[in-house]
Structure formats: C-alpha cells, structure tokens
Design a protein around this ligand. Structure first.
Ligand SMILES: Cc1cc2nc3c(=O)[nH]c(=O)nc-3n(C[C@H](O)[C@H](O)[C@H](O)COP(=O)(O)OP(=O)(O)OC[C@H]3O[C@@H](n4cnc5c(N)ncnc54)[C@H](O)[C@@H]3O)c2cc1C
Length: 121
C-alpha cells in the first residue's frame, strides 16, 4: 500500500485548468452548495410564513441534490483512485449522495412539479 494511504493523506498533484482537481471545480461546487442553501432557506421561510412552498421546496430539492451529487463527483475525481477506496470518506459520500436525486421525489418529478406551478402562474 502506498505510504500516503497508510498515513491517511492522499498526495494530490497540481491540476491543470479544466481538470477536476483544479480549484475552479471546487469553487463551482462550493458556489452551487451555497446557492442550494439559499433556496432551501427560501422554501423554509415560505413555510414559516404560512405561505405556499411547494414550488420553492421542489426547486430547493432538485437543485440541492444535483449540486451535492456534482460536488461529490468532483471530490472523487480530485482524489483519483483514492476516491474509490473505502479508506477515505469520499467514496462513502459519493454512494450516499446518489440516492438524494431519487428519494423524496425524484428530480424528474420535482421538475414536473415546478413546471406545473410555472404554467399555472
Ligand atoms: C432508499 C430509499 C428511501 C426512500 N425514502 C422515501 C421516503 O422517505 N419517502 C418517500 O415518500 N419515498 C421514499 N422513497 C421512494 C422514492 O421516493 C421513490 O423510489 C421515487 O419516488 C421513485 O419512484 P419509483 O422507485 O417507484 O420509480 P418510478 O416511479 O418507476 O421511476 C423510475 C424513474 O423514472 C422517473 N419517472 C417516473 N415518472 C416519470 C415521469 N412522469 N416523467 C419523467 N420521469 C419519470 C423517475 O424520476 C425515476 O428516475 C425512497 C426510496 C429509496 C430507494
């Protein structure tokens, strides 16, 4: 086993612009997650105010789950082979996040819900 795995710290090579390990990809993932957080807060505030929140909830769910999937995908890619073995938590995050676009209303269904609301407005 490579020393870096035994020590629990994968050695990351500097990535070129456009490669998943490049900081630009981490920046995009972080931006997406922050936007997802705001959509979730907006849906929550609608509910707290006693207003309809189905459309906002569907927008938050589909956006957040897809951004989380993208962030985990980038994380696996950044780690290379180490992202695929169970000695690092990233492979677990990758497996766990996949279900989020399926359960509690799959992405396709959330999109149908959103479209119905837009057409009704
Ligand atoms: C681990 C796990 C936990 C779950 N927990 C919950 C829970 O807590 N609460 C809950 O309510 N449900 C839960 N579910 C159920 C989950 O919501 C359903 O699995 C999901 O809605 C997909 O339905 P289905 O499995 O019947 O697949 P199907 O309805 O057969 O759908 C299969 C695929 O086709 C797509 N699809 C279906 N209809 C359309 C359409 N009209 N247009 C476009 N695409 C379409 C779906 O989006 C999906 O990708 C859970 C499922 C799993 C696997």
């Amino acid at each position: 086993m490579p020393p870096s795995v035994r020590e629990g710290s994968p050695r990351l090579r500097p990535a070129h612009r456009g490669q998943p390990g490049h900081p630009l990809h981490a920046r995009d993932a972080a931006t997406g997650l922050e936007a997802a957080r705001l959509l979730a807060l907006r849906a929550a505030s609608q509910k707290e105010a006693g207003k309809p929140f189905t459309r906002e909830g569907s927008m938050a769910k589909v956006f957040a789950s897809e951004k989380a999937n993208k962030a985990c995908d980038v994380a696996v890619q950044v780690h290379g082979g180490y992202g695929y073995i169970d000695e690092f938590p990233v492979e677990r995050h990758y497996r766990d996040v996949r279900i989020t676009t399926i359960y509690e209303g799959a992405s396709e269904i959330q999109r149908i819900v959103i479209a119905r609301h837009l057409l009704a407005d």
